[in-house]
Design a protein around this ligand. Structure first.
Ligand code: SAM
Length: 283
């Protein structure tokens, strides 16, 4: 008896606001799939009705993402093709699609991704910030310790930083970012691809003032400039200069370096010659 060939998981990007952004390939895949798994079945049903697609729908969301992944894997093993649709945009980007995709890969089931709308790329490209190197953080963690840890990491992040945020948390997030990063440039991108789309170039300080006067509305992507490398190095050097020289030497000697090696490192940290360090230690 021949073994049934497993099906494929199709990650289908759907519009983040403007229905015109659906791709032809996504429509064809939704039409031909055996089952559509959707983060919010009511939303997806509206989308399917708009494009006159009738297909069995099942829910796959944050609260059933582990258990339901196993159910969907059984369908795939039986040879069915599944189209996965998130609430909006590209599945697996800040949504539960990543869990199902990872399980399929583990089980040797083919996963393919149909590109299309994605809020982070849309925002980055229209933000005016450097798009050459960037990092995407999604939503900042809600847990206090993780939140502080990520903000601390972002202080020295030189790449453009992209965050997602909900309107009810925007004010607090701008405040936290200002405290951690200082008055950096930010472009607040909201309601992307929709009627009231906006990209507001500001600084973290002026954005706080703006949102004291204006109610945050709609969905936001925050695009923030990365840290300035020279300023970071200057700051690092200043903090080394404040450390007593012997303590600075001890730091490296405790790591197993010889006195000569430690002197070389200390000189580099402080931006002076090894001779200067030698002289200073003698005196
Ligand atoms: N998978 C989606 C994607 O590809 O971008 C993201 C899903 S995440 C649960 C939802 C967040 O994406 C929103 O809170 C918002 O930060 C951002 N977002 C989605 N649509 C947006 C839009 N039209 N304008 C601005 N931000 C949007």
């Amino acid at each position: 008896m021949s073994e049934t060939k497993a099906g494929t998981l199709y990650l289908c990007a759907t519009p983040i606001g403007n229905l015109g952004d659906i791709t032809k390939r996504v429509l064809e895949t939704l039409e031909s799939a055996d089952l559509i798994a959707a983060e919010d079945t009511r939303n997806t049903l509206r989308l399917l009705n708009h494009f006159e697609i009738r297909k069995p729908l099942t829910s796959y969301h944050e609260y059933n993402k582990y258990d339901k992944a196993e159910v969907l894997l059984d369908h795939l093993r039986r040879g069915e093709n599944i189209a996965l649709v998130s609430d909006a945009g590209t599945p697996a980007i800040s949504d539960p699609g990543e869990v199902l995709a990872a399980r399929c890969i583990e089980e040797g089931i083919r996963v393919t991704s149909l590109p299309g709308a994605c809020a982070l790329i849309t925002a980055l490209t229209m933000s005016g910030m450097s798009a050459r190197r960037f990092c995407f953080e999604g939503f900042l963690p809600t847990e206090k310790k993780d939140h502080a840890h990520i903000l601390d990491q972002l202080k020295t992040e030189e790449r453009t930083i992209i965050l997602y945020e909900a309107p009810h948390r925007l004010r607090q997030t701008l405040k936290d970012l200002y405290m951690a990063l200082g008055d950096r440039k930010i472009t607040l991108c909201r309601e992307l691809t929709k009627l009231y789309e906006e990209a507001l170039p500001m600084t973290l300080g002026s954005a706080q003032d703006y949102y004291k006067e204006n109610e945050p509305r709609g969905e936001y992507v925050l695009v923030i400039e990365g840290a300035d490398r020279e300023a970071l190095e200057e700051e690092k050097k200043r903090s080394w200069d404040q450390m007593p020289l012997e303590d600075h030497m001890k730091l490296y000697e405790d790591q197993g370096m010889t006195r000569k090696e430690a002197m070389k490192k200390v000189a580099a940290d402080r931006g002076v010659s090894r001779r200067d360090i030698y002289q200073a230690l003698l005196s």
